[in-house]
Design a protein around this ligand. Structure first.
Ligand code: 13P
Ligand code: SF4
Length: 320
């Protein structure tokens, strides 16, 4: 087998040969984040991954993350080849919101505007009026509330409740959750806070309410990285997937970053908050995707794509 340096050299050569760029989420292994940075790709949150993929001149997008991220890239850029290191990288939010059940839910509430989180299948996005990410959900739902619209929200119940509380919008919530963020525990976090009274708490809104309520800053991955730079605190307790520490440390190298505790761990124990599907992305399967793109290609059927692209474009237009 090739060592890390040889894998990286092969991937770099293949990226050039295939006019390909890497689009990598913050939760993915640091070695892939570094490689994307070195090769003109992008490391970012879900919103920026979608926008970057659509605007890139590359013919092939190597999307390192989970399936919905590859699907969104393909929906926005049907003319490009979108490949992923593995087609098995799912998301509990996507899995917990099957298109047929979701459609029945929407059909039962025809008076509501359907707003879905980006962490959903292409088929669910096709049924939606709007797609949002954690970066723009508050603004978009606030805008719909101002227009007097009632909302059907799916799939993350914690994010839905947070938006509802912040905007006061009338929202009916699907009851999905993220298996990573759902594990953060408020009691253990309170213990940790007592040990580090000077620390600020940064929380992704897919976390449970009791954890969000303890946050100094709540937001998407990119918002939390910005907060790490901007906050005066030298110590930060972070409740999101630990993949984020690579960029957070790069952005605020002198700060002390502490993982928020998860279920089953004492406050002093290192948390295990890492998405098993994000962890499936590595150098070996990035190279495999570039060497055998046909076996790693994301496909979205054209009838689904033309429906889904409306709700995604609406979001991108709103955020521009
Ligand atoms: P953001 O990067 O948009 O905050 O999304 C987080 C996430 O859970 C992606 O799976
Ligand atoms: Fe889905 Fe959670 Fe994994 Fe993100 S971290 S891909 S929301 S399961």
């Amino acid at each position: 087998p090739l060592d890390e340096a040889a894998l990286i050299a092969r991937i770099k050569a293949k990226l050039v040969e295939q006019n390909a760029v890497m689009v990598v989420h913050y939760y993915v292994d640091a070695v892939l984040q570094r490689l994307a940075d070195e090769t003109g790709g992008r490391v970012s949150d879900s919103l920026d991954m979608a926008a970057f993929g659509a605007e890139s001149a590359a013919q092939t997008l190597v999307v390192c993350g989970v399936r919905f991220m590859g699907e969104t890239a393909k929906i926005l850029s049907p003319e490009k080849r979108v490949i992923m290191p593995t087609l098995q990288a799912e998301c509990s939010l996507d899995l917990g919101c099957p298109a047929d059940e979701f459609t029945a839910f929407c059909d039962a509430h025809p008076d509501r505007t359907v707003v879905v989180y980006a962490n959903t299948s292409a088929a669910v996005k096709a049924r939606a009026d709007w797609v949002v990410t954690s970066s723009n959900a508050l603004e978009i739902v606030g805008h719909l509330r101002d227009r007097g619209e009632k909302i059907l929200w799916a799939p993350d119940r914690h994010l839905g409740r947070y938006i509802q509380e912040k905007t006061g919008a009338d929202m009916l919530l699907w009851q999905g959750s993220c298996i990573v963020h759902d594990e953060f525990r408020a009691e253990a976090l309170a213990d940790l806070k007592r040990q580090h009274p000077e620390a600020a708490v940064l929380v992704h809104p897919e976390s449970p309410k009791a954890v969000v309520d303890m946050a100094d800053v709540v937001g998407s991955t990119s918002r939390l990285i910005r907060a790490a730079i901007e906050l005066p605190n030298e110590t930060l307790i972070v409740a999101t997937d630990k993949g984020i520490f690579y960029k957070m440390h790069e952005a605020a190298p002198h700060k002390t970053l502490i993982e928020a505790p998860t279920r089953g761990h004492s406050a002093t124990c290192v948390s295990c908050a890492h998405c098993p599907w994000m962890a499936m992305n590595g150098l070996v399967n990035v190279l495999a995707a570039l060497e055998n793109p046909a076996a790693h290609e994301i496909q979205v059927s054209e009838p689904v794509r033309v429906e889904a692209v409306r709700s995604i474009e609406r979001m991108l237009d709103f955020s521009r």
